[in-house]
Design a protein around this ligand. Structure first.
Ligand code: ZN
Ligand code: ZN
Length: 337
């Protein structure tokens, strides 16, 4: 597998071009498609019980782990393409570090569909929709650049057997005097089997530690393709801070809420209230270890770092903002635009 692809027509460096499923030359504009990404073959499910032996450490390139001395962010980079820029905070104090153990390599990737220009526009529209529309928003001038980053992401498939009981709200065919549908609440209990498909766990503590940021991290995993280092050309990957075993524990916990929703659907109810659900067994667990794309930006206000993320597949925008945003935005927009 090639480590650093050179342009066949001019010798320039080929970098992944978001939205094209291909590489493009920074010098002459030559482009080529990446076979794994245009293939119909999806990222494979791996058996969790055999993870020790199946887990690969081959990234298909020489990797270098780098740490930001400003924010502590850890990234995995192609050794030949170190950008020296921290994707989390934009700092240039990024230093190579030695890692003790081998780093588990992904088996699938969702490539960037959204490019930097579109990410920036999504952000501007989002800011405009949510808040004031200061005239400066429409000017491009000084927006701190969004930086592209692949984030580690596990998905799990599992057969579950569940027992539930609780209150469910049902539609009736009655109407009240004003013509509104009458609902009624009934106690229900039951059991069902269900195979959960691609239940996600964000393996990044930076993203997962924040409800706002993690809510941007929903991906259409059907689009995950077999991992190829070419899709990383020019983009770092975040070093996972949640390992496979811990990710599975989180998934099994977080699935509870999801399975309550399945119980509601099973009961044909409109809502479920104070339902308890116990999963009696989890069997046939398979997983995928994916890299998923995000555009990241951040700024410091009142000694705190605020992050903005744009989903690199769907364009969904989420951001942390100071409480005094309105005032802040008016005063500080000049910093970004
Ligand atoms: Zn070229
Ligand atoms: Zn940093």
């Amino acid at each position: 597998m090639p480590i650093d692809k050179k342009c066949p027509s001019c010798g320039g460096t080929l970098l992944f071009a978001p939205g094209t499923d291909g590489l493009s030359c920074q010098l002459c504009g030559y482009t080529e498609k990446i076979p794994e990404l245009i293939s119909e073959v999806r990222a494979q499910e791996l058996d969790l019980s055999a993870a020790q032996s199946l887990g690969s450490h081959d990234w298909g390139m020489e990797t270098q782990v780098c740490q930001c001395s400003q924010c502590g962010g850890l990234t995995i980079n192609n050794k030949l393409q170190l950008s020296g820029l921290c994707p989390f905070c934009g700092s240039t104090s990024v230093v190579p570090v030695q890692t003790s153990s081998e780093i588990l390599a992904p088996n699938g990737i969702i490539p960037f569909k959204v490019n930097e220009t579109r990410a920036t526009n999504y952000f501007k529209n989002w800011a405009r929709d949510l808040f004031l529309a200061p005239e400066k928003l429409s000017q491009d001038a000084k927006l701190d650049k969004f930086k592209g980053l692949y984030v580690p992401y596990f998905t799990f498939d599992v057969d579950t057997v569940n027992e539930y009981s609780g209150k469910f709200t049902f539609k009736t065919d009655k109407k009240d005097s004003e013509g509104n549908i009458v609902y009624e609440r009934r106690n229900k209990s039951g059991a069902f089997q269900y195979r959960v498909n691609d239940f996600p766990v964000v393996a990044s503590n930076v993203m997962a530690s924040d409800r706002i940021l993690v809510s941007a991290m929903q991906y259409n995993t059907e689009e995950a393709r077999v991992y190829t280092p070419d899709a990383l050309a020019g983009f770092p990957a975040e070093h996972y801070s949640v390992g496979l075993a811990e990710a599975w524990n989180r998934a099994a916990n977080d699935m509870n809420h999801y399975l309550k929703e399945i119980a509601r659907i099973y009961e044909h109810a409109e809502f479920q209230v104070s339902t308890t659900i116990v999963t009696k067994s989890f069997t046939n667990v398979t997983y995928k270890y994916l890299l998923v794309p995000v555009w990241v930006n951040s700024f410091v206000y009142d000694n705190r770092r605020f992050m903005i993320v744009v989903n690199g597949q769907t364009g969904v925008v989420r951001g942390q903002w100071p409480k005094s945003f309105g005032r802040f935005m008016k005063g500080a927009l000049g910093l970004f635009f």
